[in-house]
Design a protein around this ligand. Structure first.
Ligand code: FES
Length: 169
């Protein structure tokens, strides 16, 4: 019989019903024992769970036979890993120099007002997460914001409600 990490995890009973852990087991089995396994496994785990809560980090640690603190260290070091729930749409407001001087701060204020959240937070309906980004290489369009893969440039605060409305529906 195949042994999965769940068999070695006395605290994981509640997860037996959660098919996401089955998916994660497959990824762990694929990478286990290979050099540099942790980052691709965490990437896959984040894709499966949408973020990396502590229980998932612990699960990965057990699966790869690493210490939880090692996994936590990597998860928190890289900005592309998130330990809090993420919205369906990630709004990134560029705070690089060009965007900053052209009023990116005002865009953030308007988004915060519209969504009722601050930078780093997710709306209660898990629709939007608001973050600040570094220069994304579109300085000619400053100030710029991204919504997932979409880029919106040369923005003024009064355009924010219209942009959000597109993604709300
Ligand atoms: S500073 Fe914002 S895109 Fe470069």
């Amino acid at each position: 019989m195949m042994t999965t990490v769940k068999d070695r995890c006395p605290g994981c009973d509640g997860n037996e019903q959660d098919e996401r852990y089955d998916e994660l087991d497959k990824v762990i089995a694929e990478y286990k024992g290979k050099p540099g396994a942790l980052i691709p496994v965490l990437h896959a785990a984040q894709k499966i769970f949408k973020y990396l809560p502590e229980e998932v980090q612990d699960y990965v640690a057990r699966g790869l036979e690493m210490s939880p603190s090692e996994v936590y260290g990597v998860t928190t070091f890289y900005s592309f890993f998130s330990t809090t729930p993420q919205g369906e749409y990630k709004i990134g407001v560029c705070m690089g120099t060009a965007c900053y001087v052209k009023g990116a701060g005002k865009l953030i204020e308007e988004i915060e007002k519209e969504l009722g959240i601050s930078v780093g937070e997710t709306t209660p309906d898990e629709k939007f997460t608001l973050v600040q980004t570094r220069c994304i290489g579109a300085c000619g369009l400053a100030p710029v914001l991204t919504v997932n893969d979409d880029v919106h440039g040369r923005l003024t605060p009064d355009e924010i409600p219209g942009i959000l409305a597109k993604y709300r529906d």
